[in-house]
Write a protein that binds this ligand. Structure first.
Ligand code: UTP
Length: 380
């Protein structure tokens, strides 16, 4: 999960809020231009770009030893927790468990516990005490964070870890993503490259009004469900083989994904073509005024049907991505009137690079460098 204040920048660049960059977000196409660009055909030499994107994907995939270290840490944490709470269970969730984690990520853990005598904060404080008595470093309980957690570092594996309490919907959506990833390898390839692009271009920062990694993976699944022939099925629309109720939400879907390995075989599109299609879709085809993407239904729902047509509190619904289980949750709600322009400008930039550039596998990921604010701007 993304650190609350991470601010990853290229060397020598200005660190800060990209809203102060007055050059950003002013070049989004007009509706007329978008309609014209929808008709653009994919460049004829797109297949020549495939091998470089596959190489980038492979460089992002974590080594097997990293998985082993994660399991080792989970096991030692579980042993400590069991001594105090014999029925409590720890689950990995997020990118370390959903198949979309890049190398050297921290791990996210959820403590599933049924202790009605203690509040969530008390559980976290007690958990921090338990962990402190083990061989763990930098143990900190952040009970007032939006998602309250205990943070720690394990000196044996070198891994950092965040532990939340009873966030079981996240554990279930982690399984859903992992199951989708097993159906067609192009999903992981696409999502790794899109996440890498989003980090390089600084549009993967929810606290700055752009989208979470989880949202980007849902966007990739949606896109592959819409290909014709489809590359991914809609698991929640198939006969359920997995059912669990968490936080009063019934989560059901078809999880025998080993039966679906041939699902996308009729579609022969390469990763380079899909990447082009993904950015072209978000740049020129997606209807930001009316549409909600929904991997739960395998298609588009209208904003009207979800009552997401107007701003309610801080939820603006300027780009709408329905959570597959918590269906009242729009993953796009963090996006505001400034960051929507930045996002759309970046989708267009990526689509145009993939269409026209000589060497897109380099240009696409060129780190976004925040322009230094003008002195008069700083002085106010
Ligand atoms: P993140 O978006 O932080 O991403 O969501 P990540 O998968 O850890 O990716 P990296 O580390 O940036 O590569 C972490 C998990 O939190 C849950 C999902 O289970 C997701 O996999 N989550 C996140 C939600 O359930 N809802 C949200 O709105 C965001």
């Amino acid at each position: 999960m993304e650190a609350a204040n991470s601010n990853v920048m290229g060397g020598g660049s200005f660190r800060g809020d990209f809203r102060s960059d007055s050059f950003r977000g002013h070049h989004v196409s007009t509706q007329r231009m978008r309609i014209q660009r929808r008709a653009i055909q994919c460049r004829h030499d797109i297949e020549a770009l495939n091998s470089s994107f596959i190489t980038i994907f492979k460089s992002l995939v974590p080594a097997e030893e990293e998985k082993a270290k994660q399991k080792e840490l989970l096991l030692s944490l579980q042993n400590l927790v069991t001594k105090e709470w014999p029925n409590a269970k720890l689950h990995l969730y997020g990118s370390c468990a959903n198949s979309f984690g890049v190398s050297k990520s921290d791990i996210d853990v959820c403590l599933a516990i049924d202790d009605h005598d203690l509040s969530k904060s008390d559980i976290l404080l007690k958990l921090a005490d338990i962990l402190q008595s083990g061989n763990l470093q930098n143990v900190q309980a952040l009970t007032r964070a939006r998602v309250p957690i205990v943070k720690l570092m394990d000196p044996d594996t070198g891994l950092s870890c965040d532990i939340c309490v009873n966030n079981l919907l996240a554990v279930v959506n982690t399984k859903l993503l992992k199951d989708y990833a097993q159906i067609d390898e192009r999903l992981r390839q696409l999502a790794f490259i899109v996440k890498h692009w989003a980090r390089s271009r600084r549009v993967n920062e929810t606290y700055q009004g752009t989208l979470s990694s989880y949202a980007y993976v849902l966007m990739c699944i949606h896109f592959l469900q819409l290909r014709r022939p489809a590359i991914l099925p809609c698991l929640q629309a198939m006969d359920a083989t997995y059912t669990v109720t968490v936080e009063n939400t019934k989560c059901t879907y078809f999880d025998r994904v080993e039966k679906l390995h041939a699902f996308g075989a009729r579609n022969k599109e390469s990763i380079a073509r899909l990447l082009w299609g993904f950015f072209h879709y978000w740049a020129y085809h997606h209807d930001y005024t009316d549409d909600v993407i929904s991997i739960r239904t395998g298609g588009i729902i209208s904003k009207r049907a979800k009552d997401w047509t107007r701003r309610i509190g801080n939820d603006r619904h300027l780009i709408c991505i329905e959570d597959p289980f918590d269906i009242s949750h729009d993953l796009g709600r963090v996006v505001d009137k400034y960051s929507i322009k930045i996002l759309r400008e970046e989708f267009e930039r990526a689509a145009d690079i993939l269409q026209n550039d000589l060497n897109p596998s380099v240009t696409l990921f060129q780190p976004y460098v925040l322009a230094r604010p003008r002195d008069d701007f700083i002085k106010g």
